[in-house]
Design a binder for this molecule. Structure first.
Ligand code: SF4
Length: 258
C-alpha cells in the first residue's frame, strides 16, 4: 500500500489491496479506490472480491472509509486491471461485490456490472439508496443487495448530514423490496445516534415494509475520521434483551459485533 494513503476497509473484515495507479484510458470507466481480493463477510455465504467505488454524496460521522468519499480520490485502480484480476479468479470466487463509498454515485456502474457478469461472476451491491433511479436500473443485473438503513427515514439527515437523504433511501428500499432481488437490510449502530428505542422503531418499520433479513452492525472505530464518535460501552448495549426483541421479527437476523 502506498504511504500516506488510507486503505478502504470492507464492511466487516478483510484488509484491502491497492493495485496499480494509472490514469483512466476509458472515459466513464468506474473509478475504483480499492479492491479486496477475497472476502467471506461482505456477501453472506459467498466467497467474493470487493470493489470499492469512489464517491459518496453523504457524510455519516461513523464512516470508516473516508478516503472514498470524494468523487475522485488521490489514488485510483484502473478498471481494466480489476477486470484482468477477476479473469484470473474464475473458479476461485463465487461473486463480486460493488461497495464504496456509494457505488451508485457513478454512472459507470451499470457497465462495470455488465463487465463482471461477462467475466462470469455473480454480482452483489452495497448501497445506502441515495440514487433510487440508478438502483432501479441495475437491479435486474444484480444477484444480491446489502442495503444500509441509516435511521428512521424521517431522520436520515441526523446521520447522513444531507437533507432529503431519507426520501431517496425510502424510495430505493421500496424498489428493492418490490424487485424480489435477494437482499439484506442492515443498520450500523452508534449509541450517539441510534439508541435502542430508535432501533426498535426502525426494525418495526422495516417489518411493515416487508423486509425479511436484517442485521445490526456494531460501529467500528477503525478508519473513522470523526474523533467524537470514538468510545466504548456499545457492546453491552448490543447484548441487551431489546436486540432479541428485534431479532424475532425477521426470518433471518444477524448481530455483528466489532
Ligand atoms: S453512506 Fe457509507 S460511504 Fe457514504 S458517508 Fe455514509 S458510511 Fe460513508
Amino acid at each position: 500500500m502506498p504511504s500516506g494513503v488510507s486503505s478502504p476497509r470492507s464492511a466487516r473484515g478483510s484488509q484491502t489491496t491497492w493495485l496499480t495507479e494509472r490514469p483512466a484510458r476509458v472515459r466513464g470507466a468506474l473509478r475504483v479506490g480499492g479492491l479486496t481480493p477475497l472476502s467471506t463477510t461482505d456477501w453472506p455465504g459467498e466467497l467474493c472480491a470487493v470493489v470499492f467505488c469512489q464517491g459518496c454524496p453523504w457524510r455519516c460521522g461513523y464512516c470508516h472509509n473516508p478516503g472514498l468519499l470524494p468523487a475522485r480520490g488521490r489514488r485510483r485502480i484502473h478498471w481494466d486491471d480489476v477486470c484482468a484480476f477477476l479473469s484470473r479468479r474464475r473458479g476461485l470466487l463465487d461473486g463480486v461485490v460493488f461497495s464504496g463509498g456509494e457505488p451508485l454515485a457513478q454512472g459507470g456502474l451499470a457497465d462495470a456490472i455488465a463487465d463482471v457478469r461477462r467475466i462470469g461472476f455473480r454480482v452483489g451491491l452495497h448501497t445506502g439508496g441515495a440514487y433510487p433511479r440508478r438502483l432501479a436500473q441495475v437491479l435486474p443485473q444484480v444477484d444480491w443487495v446489502g442495503f444500509d438503513v441509516k435511521a428512521l427515514f424521517d431522520d436520515y439527515a441526523l446521520v447522513t448530514g444531507v437533507s432529503g437523504s431519507g426520501d431517496a433511501a425510502l424510495e430505493s428500499a421500496r424498489a428493492l423490496i418490490a424487485s424480489g432481488v435477494d437482499c439484506e437490510f442492515r443498520t450500523t449502530v452508534h449509541p450517539r445516534q441510534l439508541p435502542p428505542a430508535t432501533l426498535v422503531r426502525i426494525a418495526d418499520r422495516l417489518v411493515e415494509m416487508g423486509v425479511r433479513r436484517y442485521a445490526l452492525q456494531q460501529f467500528r472505530s477503525t478508519g473513522c475520521a470523526t474523533p467524537a464518535f470514538m468510545g466504548d460501552g456499545l457492546r453491552s448495549r448490543l447484548e441487551e434483551p431489546w436486540v432479541a426483541a428485534i431479532a424475532h421479527n425477521f426470518e433471518s437476523f444477524s448481530l455483528r459485533l466489532a
